[in-house]
Design a protein around this ligand. Structure first.
Ligand SMILES: [Zn+2]
Length: 321
């Protein structure tokens, strides 16, 4: 395994290094692309997995402190790629003889089914993974404000007087998930405007550069799914709910009721708002990890989250074809 869940502090450098290693090892189906630079000059990375003509987007690490999902997404990429290679090889061997005679137990059968699902999904889709949209925030949450290289940005962050372990923002102290140009966007401070941040622009460019069929944005905490968009049509929301129920079925996460789409006193401008309004295709926010988990998030959450999200992505893909 390239992506190691035992690695205590999974650094930004490790994310970049492991992504390179994965793209090298699985070069037939995995491409590494840099799609932008953060304000403190870190790469915003896109990993394109699959050979399909359709596209779907999976994003993580929008909020700095939610630092379990990025490593989990890399591990899922590794897992899918490995199963894809294995299944492709098996298919070639099976052509020669009746493979079902070779299956000895249930585990092998489960593996075969899972491998078949992954193979089919990656033949249909190229999945656009952005495991860490906010790399500057990520390093703040791991190491504190001193991790920011640019002294001006470092001071802006410190002036917010919030703990680094609970940091949500980027290196300009902007919440990226309130920065997207959508109907519910509201400026929070003087000089604030939608789409101002490099990270926001990078994700918007992905949405526009590819014809995509759907979008998942992974956040933490709560084991919840946000699906309702009050500015969208009833038909759109019915479809959203139908998909959300399927994803809840594979995770035991709960569906958030429509009235808490935006908390009282908060504003919109979320990634999913922009995508829904602009493209009118399915877009869901998936909140991983128990609601009472404390920041910094314990690394023991990686394993369970991995098992949940690897099914979520497969199920989502099968619903939006
Ligand atoms: Zn979040």
């Amino acid at each position: 395994m390239i992506v190691d869940f035992k690695e205590e502090n999974y650094s930004y450098e490790k994310i970049i290094g492991d992504s390179y290693s994965l793209a090298n090892k699985y070069s037939e189906i995995l491409k590494y692309v840099t799609v932008g630079k953060s304000h403190d000059n870190r790469d915003i990375l896109l990993l394109k997995l699959g050979v399909g003509k359709q596209h779907m987007v999976c994003c993580g690490g929008v909020h700095a402190r939610e630092n379990i999902n990025p490593i989990v997404m890399l591990r899922i990429i590794e897992d899918y790629a490995e199963f894809y290679y294995k299944h492709k090889k098996q298919k070639q061997e099976f052509k020669k003889k009746d493979h079902y005679q070779k299956i000895r137990d249930n585990d092998e059968y489960e593996d075969l089914l899972y491998g078949t699902c992954i193979y089919e999904i990656l033949q249909t889709f190229t999945i656009l993974f952005l495991p860490l949209l906010n790399p500057d925030g990520y390093v703040i949450s791991l190491y504190g404000f001193e991790a920011i290289e640019n002294p001006e940005l470092r001071e802006i962050c410190k002036a917010k007087h919030e703990s680094s372990a609970e940091w949500k923002y980027n290196a300009r102290a902007v919440d990226i998930n309130r920065n997207f140009p959508s109907i519910l966007y509201r400026s929070k401070e003087p000089g604030d405007y939608a789409g101002s941040e490099n990270e926001t622009k990078a994700l918007i460019s992905i949405f526009h550069d590819y014809r995509t069929k759907g979008f998942l944005d992974f956040h933490s905490r709560g084991k919840q799914i946000y699906y309702h968009r009050k500015v969208m049509s009833e038909a759109y929301n019915m479809k959203q709910k139908e998909i959300a129920l399927r994803l809840a079925g594979v995770t035991n996460y709960v569906l958030n009721p429509p009235e808490i789409e935006v908390d009282a006193g908060d504003t919109g401008g979320n990634t999913v708002h922009y995508y829904s309004e602009r493209f009118k295709k399915p877009a869901l926010t998936i909140e991983t990890i128990e609601d009472d988990a404390e920041f910094p998030l314990d690394i023991r959450y990686r394993e369970t989250t991995y098992h949940e999200l690897k099914m979520v992505i497969l199920e989502f893909g099968s619903r939006i074809i």
